[in-house]
Design a protein around this ligand. Sequence first.
Ligand SMILES: Nc1nc2c(ncn2[C@@H]2O[C@H](COP(=O)(O)OP(=O)(O)O)[C@@H](O)[C@H]2O)c(=O)[nH]1
Ligand SMILES: [Mg+2]
Length: 334
Amino acid sequence: MTTFEDLPTTPRSEELIDKAFSRAARAGNAKQGVEAQESMLQTAANILSDNTENVVTSWPDFDAIDPFYRELADAIVAREDLNVDTLRQHLSEVMWASRQCDEIKNEYHGRIRNADPETARKLRKQAFARLASVVREVEGDLFALADAREELRQLPDIRPDEPAVVVAGYPNVGKSSFVNRVTRADNDVDTYPFTTTQIRVGHFERDRIRYQLVDTPGLLDRPADERNAIESQAVSALTHLADAVLFLVDPSESCGYPLEAQLALRDDVEQLFADAAGDEEEVPVLTVCNKSDQSRDVEADCYMSVADGEGVEETLDAAVEAVDWEIALPFEEN
Ligand SMILES: Nc1nc2c(ncn2[C@@H]2O[C@H](COP(=O)(O)OP(=O)(O)O)[C@@H](O)[C@H]2O)c(=O)[nH]1
Ligand SMILES: [Mg+2]
């Protein structure tokens, strides 16, 4: 599993240069004459080349990560006017800097070794100036990567390889109440601020399998044409993640939305997941009537009242059945 949680801090150009040159000065102090200059060059170039390379290698390979994370990452870094492709470009610029530092090291290495001490010192200074200018050239790339990292690190711990039930429906139909009620512990609901809204993830367990319950206020709670580009992208990410959808409706209409509008949105969501399925198996969308303590006046797969707990367990059972999760046992692999 790959998330962005473990991305290390992205250094700034000046930080890197300071670190490299001060270490180089120390390395130089331990030696004399030409050897001191050689040692300074080696130290500075290696630090710069290694540190910039580490920035690049700490990022996951965007081609290899789960499509859910790739799409969500795309949506999230859009806040910084970035996307996965521009991130790739920044990474490749930083990689370029790393290689340049190596090349400068190799180029000056031979020249310094064969020079007199005074020329060696001049050459080493020249090399330092070039190293610094290469690293400063990718300052903007490092900044962009640092910003993207800050955004991505806060992603909730959603696991594409574990079953996920997405909870959808108009505002105030009881989605959050439902997730809170069935989640094992109060502190187990992980909230991630997303554009104007949040993605919340809770968990429940059945037959020792942990199911993720994903509450997405602001994403699947209104018609598609009211979503902005970033939200649409996040919705698309959700279609990769979901193994089943619980679409909550409130026939009492105390949520403030007519039942007709709620059912129309349900149909849209169904269509959205059907379109996204492509050749793969379609994600089942269950219609769940909530607030059954107030009204049951709708055709639904399940009826519950989160308020008094009625039918909640049965709704979870239906979700588990819809997910139809099969544990991959080693001897079943072929
Ligand atoms: N009567 C009744 N009210 C409920 C029920 N479930 C949720 N509510 C209330 O409906 C309101 C909206 O619930 P909330 O979970 O915030 O809805 P969300 O916007 O879909 O997440 C809150 O005041 C809840 O207390 C229910 O089963 N019956
Ligand atoms: Mg809510």
